[in-house]
Design a protein around this ligand. Structure first.
Ligand code: AMP
Length: 277
């Protein structure tokens, strides 16, 4: 396992790899969700490259870039137990050198949900993912279903810009009580950690209603809202029942759909989703 910090070093090592290369981009502070992507990448490819980079351009000034948890030694320890060939840990100067001024802007799919709540977030995501895919040139890149809109954005870029990489989506890994694993869960106090299970409970409620035959998305959203409002520490940012591919809001569940939501638990903003298909 080689750890490299610069693009030329990464390219030199990448050229020596033969067969298919699976790539897992992360912001570090790794948990079982990240490791599920790494494990799947190593099962499906001859070699695996993981990047660890907290990308400043996807955070707004009021967000948690400075506080985002970072522990490189722990991350490297966890990755040493997996079949990883190269870990790319670039600096901000390596990724955004002086004079940097090109951005990847994706229309439509970025305008709702996370895009509406976090202006410019997806411009940062689209730009860094494009850069990393250009640097690593993987056969396949692995992304978590937990960030469903990010998956839709990345698929759009790869199709629109003919990037010739297969995007593989890995199901959300959850704690035993259903909370989706996230680096941000570390911000939760023990009372907030309990309260955070309300996201999964409301998604299970949506799935139950849909399985019982409810197709009207307003009715499902209303019931999810009432359930979440019973938790005093929770504040809803958005709840939507959306087309599973385009994330467009649906009035009726007449195609593969996703229940998606963002909820603040205290000061921590959590997102999650559940396929209804
Ligand atoms: P992050 O470090 O949060 O940028 O996440 C890196 C990758 O891991 C993204 O593709 C995420 O969607 C994915 N990921 C994060 N949490 C989970 C989870 N609980 N289950 C599956 N994938 C996840």
């Amino acid at each position: 396992m080689e750890v490299v910090k610069t693009i030329p070093e990464l390219r030199t090592l990448r050229q020596k790899l033969s067969g298919t290369v699976g790539f897992v981009p992360t912001m570090g502070h790794l948990h079982e969700g990240h490791l599920a992507l790494v494990k799947q990448a190593s099962m499906e490819n001859s070699a695996v490259i993981v990047s660890i980079y907290v990308n400043p351009t996807q955070f707004s000034l009021s967000e948690d870039f400075a506080d985002y948890p970072r522990d490189l030694n722990r991350d490297l320890e966890l990755l040493r137990r997996e079949a990883v060939d190269i870990i790319f840990v670039p600096s901000d100067d390596e990724m955004y050198p002086p004079g940097f001024s090109s951005w990847v802007e994706v229309e439509e799919v970025t305008e709702r949900l996370e895009g509406a709540s976090r202006p410019r977030h997806f411009r940062g995501v689209a730009t860094i993912v494009t850069k990393l895919l250009n640097i690593v040139r993987p056969s396949r890149a692995y992304f978590g279903q937990k960030d469903a809109q990010q998956v839709a954005v990345v698929k759009r870029i790869v199709a629109d810009l003919n990037m010739g990489v297969e995007i593989v989506v890995v199901p959300t890994v959850r704690e035993s009580d259903g909370l989706a694993m996230s680096s941000r869960n570390i911000y939760l106090s023990s009372r907030e950690r309990q309260a955070a299970t309300i996201l999964f409970q409301s998604l299970m409620l949506a799935r139950q209603l849909w399985q019982d035959g409810e197709k009207n998305t307003d009715k499902i959203q209303q019931q999810m809202t009432s359930l979440i409002q019973k938790e005093p520490l929770a504040q809803i940012d958005y709840i939507s029942i959306a087309d599973a591919e385009t994330l467009e809001e649906l009035k009726s569940i007449d195609r593969p759909a996703l229940a998606v939501l963002a909820v603040r638990i205290g000061k921590t903003r959590l997102i999650d989703n559940m396929p209804l298909e």
